[in-house]
Ligand binder design. Structure first.
Ligand code: HEM
Length: 1173
């Protein structure tokens, strides 16, 4: 106990010494800063020069309560303000550059921009009255003594280059914003920058070094000497402000721009119109705002727009506009209804993400003419102050075009070319106006629209989208909604009627909650997981202020200080270059709290940095101090945890345990599902029919499924779900989790092929199967899976799979085992082959042994001899592991409670067996390995030629063993099951075999491929008994399935990330409606009829026993060759089968569907040899 307490104490002592001074000032953090503890006072007649010329100041607006030493003589007081300003600028421009409080430049002259910057900086210091008591313990003496004052002497500003014209409306990266700032002990300040915008950034930093003395008449910095070198990490650092859902008067926007410049943010993206309103006055089309604005007073005139843009440009904040299209444009319908579809359509979620919907008609020349007129009016007015124009493009709902008389389709194939044309035309206009287009990510990613090289894409959906975009070469602005949407977590914006709607909506969360706290915002790195090349394409980011729940009343508290937090990530970088670590909240928090005070004092009504009332951070500073990095904080926390553990009693466990369990249950069963429902409501697409449930959490469904599974009734159970819903895709919520089930070929195609990257095996599957199959081809997605596939695929080339020797050896043992009526008792057991004629045998058991022996031989060069040992340790262990694994995967989260003793024991046996071969192989000299191509060359040798990693070798071997063994054994078993009860088919098969190969010769690969009836037999077996009858894929992102939603099942189905899509090839391949009508030569769907394959070919994706798409079975040719070989060899020898299954299952095969689909009662038959001539 003592040692723990003492370690905690010593940690805290260490932290104390690492503590930065509590008011470490500057936000965002400069790239490099050193500072001392000297105090220097600032007075209002500090000598300010700009490139050698003086910057002087007027006293007119200095509050009289403040000291006014050495005030520049105001000898022009008889002049008007304008005249005075003109004189100041005109007359003194060449010697002195005056500054006055509130000075506004009259144009984009560098001198004036700097002059205005100096005026604002000094206003920020002298007028904001920031006495920092809040940053210090009560009763401490934190203020400097006023008895001896050291004064700052000069502020020397040097701009080292002339401003390019683009400096005031730059494309990302066109203006150099870097600066160096030094404050010497003797009181000289030097600010050097390449551009006037760099000077502005440096002046903001300068402001933040100062506090007001509580005497009210002195201003000081306690940090002298100071040295700062600073430049931004990202060139685009912005806020998106939505002025369509709620309107913001010009003064609110100007105030926002001011606070942006204090935070070194440099882009204001005004999402100026949307379906909710059109506040933008377009003089050539006045009807747009007259009819589309919320109210005539809630509009932006051309003068307003110019004022906002200029105001921003003077502060280094570029204001650019977005007119979102072709969706999110419903408000145009109020003045031009003929251009818009789906405005105000109900229920809205079929047509858009948010009422009142509305999209441009995509195939309509009137829309094009409208946009030409609109752009001709708007672009020339905004182009002088902006480099960009945003054409939107988010959340376009395909269904809208179903209502468009010129299209009447929601098919991507139809819509994509129209959208491409639309974007091409509008972007050409944007370019011609001298602007650069910006679009939302859906345009290139969801719609595959090809964009011009210069077009910037704004990402918002999170996950991998920034990576996807940059890997395709797009320039990106990141606004990941999971981190940087400031409106999230404020509750739902639609209202709910009492009763069922109320219950459905409860507790009325919005789609993207929780609130993005400053800590969460600070944690986001827009370039995380990108390569260096990809990261270069990230121009920066924007926090978004969508205004459903925001208006001028709460604007400031929503935006500040959180936008400044993203501002620091974008200016300073998420990673602190000095430490190479992520910047820590602990270090950031006091600086942010201080900056928040400055925001408030300078006029932005910022929220608190914490929400617990008062300045909670202050006692934390006193008690714990602030460590420099998260690492030391972690040590401290662990110490606290240890201390807490010492106080844990049985009682607290008893109380806490159930409470945690309840909280967990509430989360999984109630809160998460409700949140998901809200999210789904906002997504594009429709829902499929729901499986009705009488009991909560679909307990009745779970019971039915488990019962069906235990009784091998999965097929009728699944069928009934689709039949009852009259649909091929249905949905259910099982224990709070949404699951989609489908037997629709279109949807299966999407999961496996056309939307391959949207779906995968998923991490839970990987986790559950890891102990058995490791990181092998079966359990992984993405790069890991791809690597495995690359490794394994070459081993299945034709040369390898056409080598039939490996099967022949085991065939001879199989014949002996058949004659024996079961597995042999040792290799040397004598068997009377003649006496075995007509002896009943479970051929299924023998097939499992045969395929295990052949597979181990093929893979390792050594078979396990299970055909000649009734009890075989490896085979039993392999069987046991599969049994337990199958239960683990079905048990879902409850699998943690499963005993795993037999599983572990069996895994040991399997690993020991496989590892001995791996060791033997790795002992071979790599050169020998490379030259080894003789008969002893195995799959393992080939793999070891590529990797010597034992774990990789082990994982892949076991995966292929599992894939190759049971699958072929099951298919062979079902084939014999059916041939035994279809003697005609057997007769035809045998005739073909004898015709092509004769009674004794071993068949060649070409013989096997050339036997059409044999191929039909195998195809027909795999049609009725696909080996993987039920399968599942997890949605790896929010996405859709192409079909199954809406009242008639034709709309795309919306699918949330992490939703499992269960699909059944077994059900699909037995759907009558996918087949031609029954006729004389086309048997009913459930009947085994190899002959049907002479007259019929299944349509693509309606027959997929080997799966399809990029993950199609690698061993398909190997399996078909092996099975054809076995069947040929068998029926060269045997001419007929006695069927014993009728008495066992009454002719109704037991479909045992665990991992693979196998005959649940075995396959009891007797083989009869042909009479020898
Ligand atoms: C009748 C025999 C077979 C059938 C019906 C069959 C069917 C399938 C199916 C449906 C899958 C997809 C599983 C999924 O992704 O969920 C698959 C994958 C695979 N199969 Fe087969 N298989 C057979 C035989 C074999 C054999 C003999 C081998 C190798 C010796 C093999 C190797 C593989 C491998 C490696 C994969 C994983 C492919 C990937 O994920 O990229 N299969 N097989």
């Amino acid at each position: 106990m003592f040692s723990r307490v003492s370690s905690l104490v010593s940690t805290l002592c260490l932290l104390n010494t690492l503590l930065p001074s509590p008011a470490a000032a500057v936000w965002p953090a400069p790239q490099k800063i050193t500072k001392g503890e000297g105090v220097l006072f600032l007075n209002q007649n500090i000598e300010v020069t700009y490139n050698g010329a003086f910057v002087c100041w007027s006293s007119s607006s200095i509050p009289s309560s403040e000291p006014q030493p050495h005030v520049y003589p105001d000898h022009r007081s008889s002049l008007s303000d304008e005249e005075e300003e003109e004189m100041l600028t005109e007359n003194l421009a060449y010697q002195q550059i005056p500054y006055t409080y509130g000075y506004t430049p009259s144009g984009f002259k560098s001198k004036e921009i700097v002059q205005a910057g100096v005026s604002r900086a000094l206003t920020g210091i002298f007028n904001s009255k920031f006495v920092p008591w809040i940053l210090h313990k009560p009763g401490t003496k934190y203020e400097p003594d006023l008895s001896e004052l050291e004064w700052l002497q000069t502020l020397e500003i040097i701009q080292t280059a002339e401003d390019e014209p683009s400096a005031f409306k730059p494309l990302a990266g066109e203006v150099d914003e870097s600066y160096n700032l030094t404050v010497s002990e003797s009181g000289n300040v030097k600010l050097t920058a390449v551009s006037s915008i760099g000077v502005l950034r440096g002046l903001e930093t300068f402001t933040q070094l100062f506090y007001q003395h509580s005497s009210g008449t002195f201003w000081y910095t306690p940090y002298a000497p100071v040295s700062i070198q600073d430049s931004p990490k990202f060139p685009h650092r912005g806020i998106l402000l939505d002025t369509a859902r709620h309107f913001f008067p010009v003064e609110d926007i100007l105030r926002t721009i001011d606070a942006m410049s204090w935070s070194k943010l440099n882009r204001l993206h005004v999402h100026v119109t949307d379906s909710q309103s059109w506040p933008l006055v377009i003089p050539s089309m006045p009807e747009l705002s007259e009819k589309g604005a919320h109210h005539p007073s809630e509009t932006y005139s051309p003068g307003d727009i110019e004022k906002i843009q200029k105001y921003g440009a003077y502060r280094g904040v570029e204001v650019y506009f977005e007119i979102d299209m072709p969706g999110h444009i419903g408000s145009v319908s109020l003045s031009h209804p003929e251009l818009i579809v789906a405005y105000n359509e109900q229920p809205y979620h079929w047509w858009c993400a948010q009422p009142p919907c509305g999209a441009f008609k995509l195939n309509n020349t009137a829309v094009d003419e409208f946009l030409e007129k609109l752009f001709d009016d708007f672009f020339p007015r905004i182009e002088p102050y902006a480099a960009y124009f945003h054409t939107g493009g988010d959340e376009l709902n395909k269904n809208d075009s179903m209502l468009d008389e010129g299209i009447r389709s929601n098919s991507s194939e139809v819509l994509q070319p129209l959208l491409q044309k639309f974007i091409d035309t509008q972007h050409r206009r944007v370019r011609e106006a001298g602007l650069t287009p910006v679009v939302w990510e859906e345009i290139p990613l969801e719609w595959n629209v090809t964009l011009g090289e210069e077009v910037v894409v704004q990402a918002w959906l999170g996950g991998e989208t920034v990576k996807k975009l940059t890997s395709k070469g797009h320039k990106v602005i990141d606004s990941n909604y999971n981190f940087w949407y400031l409106d999230c977590g404020r509750g739902q914006w639609i209202t709910w009627e009492n009763g069922l709607p109320f219950k459905t909506g409860y507790p009325f969360n919005d789609w993207c909650g929780p609130t993005k706290s400053w800590g969460l915002i600070y944690s986001h790195d827009p370039t995380a997981n990108l390569t260096e090349e990809e990261a270069k394409l990230v121009l920066g980011g924007e926090v978004a202020v969508w205004s459903e729940t925001i208006d001028p009343m709460n604007l400031d508290t929503i935006v500040w200080p959180r936008a400044s937090v993203a501002g620091e990530v974008l200016w300073s970088g998420r990673i602190d270059e000095n430490t190479g670590q992520n910047r820590s909240q602990i270090e950031a928090f006091p600086r942010l709290t201080e900056f928040r005070e400055r925001l408030v004092k300078r006029g932005a009504a910022s929220a608190l940095t914490n929400t617990e009332g008062g300045y909670l951070f202050y006692p934390l500073v006193r008690d714990f101090k602030f460590p420099v990095g998260a690492h030391t904080f972690f040590n401290a926390s662990m110490g606290l945890v240890e201390t807490a553990l010492e106080h844990v009693s049985l009682k607290s466990v008893l109380v806490l345990g159930p409470a945690l369990l309840l909280a967990n249950l509430a989360w999984w069963l109630i809160v998460r599902p409700a949140w998901q429902e809200l999210k789904l409501a906002r997504m594009a697409g429709a829902r499929p029919p729901k499986i009705p449930s009488r009991l909560p959490f679909s307990i009745d469904f779970v019971y039915k499924s488990v019962k069906a599974s235990m009784n091998y009734q999965n097929l009728p159970m699944w069928k009934s779900l689709f039949v009852n819903a009259n649909a091929a895709t249905v949905e259910n919520r099982i224990a709070g989790r949404c699951v989609v089930m489908t037997c629709d070929p279109e949807n299966i195609k999407a999961i496996l092929a056309t939307q391959f990257s949207d779906y995968g095996k998923g991490e839970p599957f990987h986790r559950e199967w890891k102990a058995f199959l490791g990181d092998s081809i079966f359990t992984t997605d993405g790069d890991l899976w791809h690597g495995s596939r690359q490794l394994i695929r070459p081993q299945f080339i034709k040369d390898r799979v056409s080598d039939l020797h490996v099967f022949e050896k085991h065939m001879q043992t199989l014949f002996r085992a058949i004659a024996n009526g079961g597995a042999l008792n040792g290799e040397s057991q004598r068997v009377d082959l003649e006496a075995g004629n007509g002896k009943p045998v479970d051929i299924s058991d023998l097939f499992f042994r045969f395929t295990l022996d052949s597979a181990t031989d093929f893979l390792l060069g050594k078979d396990v001899k299970s055909l000649s040992n009734p009890r075989q340790e490896f085979a039993e262990a392999f069987g046991e592991v599969q049994r337990v694994q199958s239960i683990i995967s079905r048990a879902g989260p409850l699998n943690v409670f499963m005993p795993r003793g037999s599983f572990r024991k069996s895994m040991k046996i399997i690993n020991a067996f496989i590892n001995q071969y791996i060791e033997q192989t790795l002992r071979l000299d790599p050169n020998d390995l490379a030259s080894k191509t003789d008969a002893g060359y195995t799959f393992l040798h080939a793999l070891a030629g590529f990797t010597r990693d034992r774990q990789v070798l082990r994982d892949q071997l076991i995966a292929v063993l599992l894939a190759g063994r049971d699958t072929t054994a099951c298919t062979l078993s079902w084939t014999i099951y059916e041939l035994a009860r279809h003697p005609d088919a057997l007769k035809k098969l045998r005739e073909e075999i004898l015709r092509v190969v004769g009674p004794t010769r071993a068949p060649t690969y070409e013989d096997l491929k050339g036997m059409k009836y044999l191929q039909n037999v195998m195809n027909e077996t795999l049609r009725l008994y696909p080996v993987v009858p039920f399968n599942v894929r997890l949605a790896l992102k929010d996405t859709t399935l192409p079909r199954g939603g809406g009242p008639d099942g034709t709309l795309p189905v919306k699918v949330l990330k992490d939703t499992p899509i269960a699909y059944s090839t077994l059900v699909m391949q037995r759907r009558e409606e996918l087949y031609p009508p029954v006729s004389a030569n086309f048997a009913p769907v459930d009947v085994y009829s190899p002959d049907r394959w002479f007259v019929w070919q299944p349509k693509p994706w309606q027959y997929i026993p080997f799966n399809g798409g990029p993950r199609i079975c690698i061993g398909q040719q190997f399996a078909l060759t092996e099975m054809a070989y076995v069947l040929t060899r068998l029926f060269q020898k045997y001419e007929r089968l006695d069927n014993y299954m009728e008495e066992i299952d009454g002719g109704n095969p037991t479909l045992r569907a665990e991992i693979v689909l196998q005959p649940g009662d075995g396959v009891k038959v007797a083989f009869w040899e042909a009479k020898k001539a």
